[in-house]
Design a protein around this ligand. Structure first.
Ligand SMILES: *Cc1c(COP(=O)(O)O)cnc(C)c1O
Length: 410
């Protein structure tokens, strides 16, 4: 656990002090609980000499997922992006598919990679979820599907989208990468639309190192997905259709089973951190946490701070000042898919609400690497940075930005 120094009359790191945290505190730091159970399961797979291709661990993992999510089929894959691509293929999507621009780039890329055009629409400022009215306006004769995102684990406007899809004869898929173990009015996310897609990437609160899953109640669709994730094989020597390698190994399944055992604990930690952030940041002018309704079933993996208009600091300056403290807060999903290639060069997108939302969000660290001391320290840093906004802004003039430098990977 990173060391949290109490903030006692020390200078902000940007103003000459030492960073609040001695090691970087990340958003999406992986949860690594229960390693004895993990190693036992991996050991058993090694003893069996069965490492992938419908191994015992994978079958157990899929059965437990289907039961947890209340769905007929939970099919596990190598990652969430390939899962989205396979769903697009298995549903025979083509032409245009309507998606929010305010999402992780994989939502759009999974379509584009299949020569399908993502058509970006607005989200609502209130909840960052795709606006059903904007969806309906974006439908053209080339539209084949709606791909909605349960952003931050909040259920999309499922009924409105189902209604639109039904009236226009469109497929409906949900990118549920954020929404594992969440529910919409008591119904678990996983059973909506034609299919839902989860990501079990290491940065998600529930992970399998790399991994993902497709859930569906459609038996035919499940069969096509199973074929596609394993080269189209139906038996040792028989291939029925074109496919790829979308399989998860037994090591991934071992991690998944282990994290399933930990699920209540992982959510409890996130919930506790969220509640503490909410208390610590309450009443702070210029910023506001995106709240979770009382009693809603959520995983609390995203602590979403919104920098409001009139805040003493620009969002990017706040993030820069946090980074200087080794608090690696993130600007998800900045600048929005429509402002990234290849999409931005293809069309003059006009998505002012998305621009505003993408320009105002700061995701704060949570998960099992974060406890009360870290939450208090992060909230204290935000408070101190905003209180010294003028000095922070002056210190940042002409200074190379940590955020931009760190992002340069190629
Ligand atoms: C993480 C994520 C994905 C991609 O999942 P991978 O498992 O990393 O391929 C897709 N969509 C959203 C919204 C995500 O957050």
């Amino acid at each position: 656990m990173p060391e949290a120094a109490p903030r006692l009359a020390r200078d902000l790191a940007l103003l000459g002090g030492s960073p609040l945290f001695s090691a970087k505190l990340h958003v999406g730091g992986p949860n690594v609980e229960g390693r004895e159970a993990l190693f036992r399961r991996i050991g058993e797979a090694l003893d069996r000499r069965w490492l992938t291709n419908n191994g015992e661990l994978l079958l157990e993992f899929e059965a437990r997922l289907a039961q947890l999510l209340g769905v007929r089929h939970a099919l596990v894959l190598c990652n969430g992006t390939v899962a989205l691509e396979i769903v697009a293929r298995a549903l025979d999507l083509s032409g245009e598919v309507i998606v929010p621009s305010f999402t992780f780039i994989a939502t759009a890329h999974a379509l584009k990679w299949q020569q399908i055009e993502p058509v970006f629409v607005e989200v609502a400022e209130r909840d960052h979820l795709m606006d059903p009215e904007a969806v309906e306006r974006a439908i053209t004769p080339r539209t084949t599907a709606i791909l909605a995102v349960h952003t931050w684990g909040q259920p999309c406007h499922v009924e409105a989208l189902e209604d639109i899809a039904r009236r226009h004869g469109l497929k409906l898929v949900f990118d549920a990468a954020h929404a594992f173990a969440c529910a919409d009015a008591g119904r678990p996310i996983g059973g909506f639309g034609d299919a839902e897609v989860f990501s079990f990437h290491a940065t998600k609160f529930f992970h399998t190192f790399e991994g993902g899953a497709i859930t569906t109640n459609d038996d035919d669709l499940a069969r096509r997905i199973k074929l596609m994730r394993n080269f189209g094989f139906t038996g040792f020597d028989n291939v029925e259709s074109v496919g790829v390698n979308g399989k998860m190994s037994e090591v991934g399944a071992a991690m998944g089973l282990t994290n399933l055992d930990q699920l209540d604990h992982l959510i409890a930690v996130n919930r506790r951190n969220f509640a503490r952030y909410r208390e610590a940041l309450r009443g702070l002018p210029g910023v506001e946490l995106l709240d979770v309704p009382e009693g809603a079933r959520r995983n609390f993996q995203h602590v979403v701070l919104q920098v409001k208009e009139g805040c003493a600091l620009h969002r990017d300056d706040l993030v820069e000042a946090l980074w200087a403290e080794n608090i690696i807060a993130r600007r998800y999903f900045y600048p929005g898919c429509h402002r990234m290639e290849p999409y931005r060069s293809e069309k003059a997108w006009d998505l002012p609400i998305t621009d505003r939302v993408a320009g105002s969000v700061v995701i704060l660290p949570t998960g099992t690497a974060v406890g009360d001391a870290e939450v208090d320290a992060v909230a204290g840093a935000i408070r101190a940075i905003l209180e010294q906004a003028d000095a922070v802004r002056t210190a940042l003039v002409g200074r190379p930005r940590l955020v931009t430098q760190a992002m340069r990977v190629v």
